[in-house]
Design a protein around this ligand. Sequence first.
Ligand SMILES: N[C@@H](CCC(=O)N[C@@H](CS)C(=O)NCC(=O)O)C(=O)O
Length: 216
Amino acid sequence: MIIYGSIVSPFVRKLLGYLGEKGIEFELQGVGIGDPDPGFRAASPLGKMPAMDDDGFLLADSSAIIHYLEARHPEPPLIPADPQERGRVIWWEEFGDTVFAACGGKMFFNRIVSPKFLGREGDLAAAAEAETEELPKLLAYLESAIPASGYLVGDRLTLADLAAASPLVNLRHCGSCIDAATHPRIAAWSEAILSRPSLAPWIAKEERMMAKVLAA
Ligand SMILES: N[C@@H](CCC(=O)N[C@@H](CS)C(=O)NCC(=O)O)C(=O)O
């Protein structure tokens, strides 16, 4: 199976963590924004990452790919069968993808991707507004919602944890780190999730790459 994407994308990172937790073998084919790679373009009609080629079956979108894979590889379950737990996991996936990553994306895209990867100025006012207006509310909600178990749903790792923790890495690249004094639950939970063997090597690689990009 081929996964197309860049390791700095929060959606690709969520998928890489999922694949690692499942023990599913894959080959990551690196692509950038607007990449003309024909395999990527065929798999991703809108040109967005991640995309997948599973022995000729082409699919784009991290959620679509994960839900397809969960049906193909049910064990260990990362999307629970219990109706309430399943609903909560999808809630957190939505929160991670469409709210948290969108907020972090305004900071990451405008401060780093635009100037460093695309060679054009980012909208720094939009980045600042996301950081000062949107982010504090999202962090306050997340801090209040992390259960004592240390997992967002039930007492075990699910897709919820991977989806909601992934955007924090992009915030870190922007210098926005979680303060353990003000957000102790997020600090402990995200440290535990992001240091799992399914994610830690990818994040280490990404941090080496970002250090070079930011120094250039
Ligand atoms: N909902 C999609 C979002 C994918 C997405 O927006 N990826 C970004 C990179 S983080 C992208 O490929 N952007 C390129 C573009 O919009 O042209 C998913 O979960 O896969």
